[in-house]
Design a protein around this ligand. Structure first.
Ligand code: IPD
Ligand code: CA
Length: 264
């Protein structure tokens, strides 16, 4: 399948959506509701941006399915599904921290991260106007620059992680962080999983480990990492998912996985 047209559409929509998010941020942000936990918020802008994306996809590709963070899932007839996080990094967004992104992936097959094959991934950071994109088999790119994951230097790996919204998971997250710390030169908790993955692809981070991601958090970013020569997995033998996501160069990935899964 020629994925160029799909990628062009995803890029156009991500740019338009990102521009809307940036404009709404400038006008002031209202929390619309809390979701899974008190810390898990949704703003009016998240909903508005997702509606815009959904509307554009439905107009251009009425047979495709949709899986979005704010408005749910709808199966399509074409075998393709658009997996969308309208604003990844919502807490940053609500606090006025400009590290947030629109994440759009087009996947083929069952709309389940354990089963799908990602064809296109786009992560757009409107505050700095950076658009990361990948097509299966065609590499990952930031503008005209082809992305390549890096190996850490002797100083150790610059790692990123995140913490779920559910306080009950924090002790486990911190214990895991303690186990990977010996590999790290330093840790970042920047607040937007799609950008953590895009930054691994771009060599701005050496690796990334997080439990608790939703499909729309990693769908586009995981393709970016793979197309930049990296490895992204979940639990042993699985693809990235709710229970674990580990992304890095193949060599660092196996060192991280060993520490993540060997608890003593
Ligand atoms: C969150 C961010 C965050 C990650 C959370 C995600 P949201 O997505 O990606 O970095 O740690 O697990 O839920 O809620 O901002 O779209
Ligand atoms: Ca979101």
């Amino acid at each position: 399948m020629d994925t160029r047209e799909l990628a062009d559409l995803a890029i156009d929509i991500a740019r338009e959506a990102g521009e809307l998010a940036r404009r709404r941020r400038g006008e002031g942000v209202a929390i619309a509701a809390t979701k899974s936990a008190l810390a898990d918020i949704v703003t009016e802008a998240d909903r508005e941006v997702e509606l815009l994306i959904r509307d554009r996809i439905a107009t251009a590709r009425p047979d495709d399915g949709f899986l979005g963070e704010e408005s749910g899932a709808e199966r399509g007839a074409s075998g393709l599904t658009w997996v969308v996080d309208p604003i990844d990094g919502t807490v940053n967004y609500a606090y006025g921290i400009p590290h947030y992104a629109v994440s759009i992936a087009v996947v083929e097959g069952e709309p389940d991260p354990q089963a799908w094959d990602a064809l296109v991934g786009v992560v757009y950071s409107p505050a700095v106007d950076e658009l990361f994109q990948a097509r299966a088999g065609e590499g990952a790119w930031l503008a005209a620059h082809r992305l390549q994951v890096l190996e850490p230097t002797d100083a150790g790996a610059l790692l990123a992680t995140g913490f779920g919204y559910d306080p009950a998971t924090h002790a486990g997250d911190l214990a895991r962080l303690g186990r990977i710390m010996p590999v790290a030169r330093d840790i970042r908790r920047a607040g937007a999983a799609s950008l953590d993955l895009a930054y691994v692809a771009a060599g701005r981070l050496d690796g990334y480990v997080e439990r608790g991601l939703q499909p729309w958090d990693h769908a586009a970013g995981a393709l970016l990492v793979r197309e930049a020569g990296g490895e992204v997995t979940g639990m042993p033998g699985e693809r990235p998912g709710r229970t674990m996501t580990i992304a890095a160069s193949p060599a660092l990935h196996s060192r991280l996985a060993e520490r993540v899964f060997h608890e003593s």
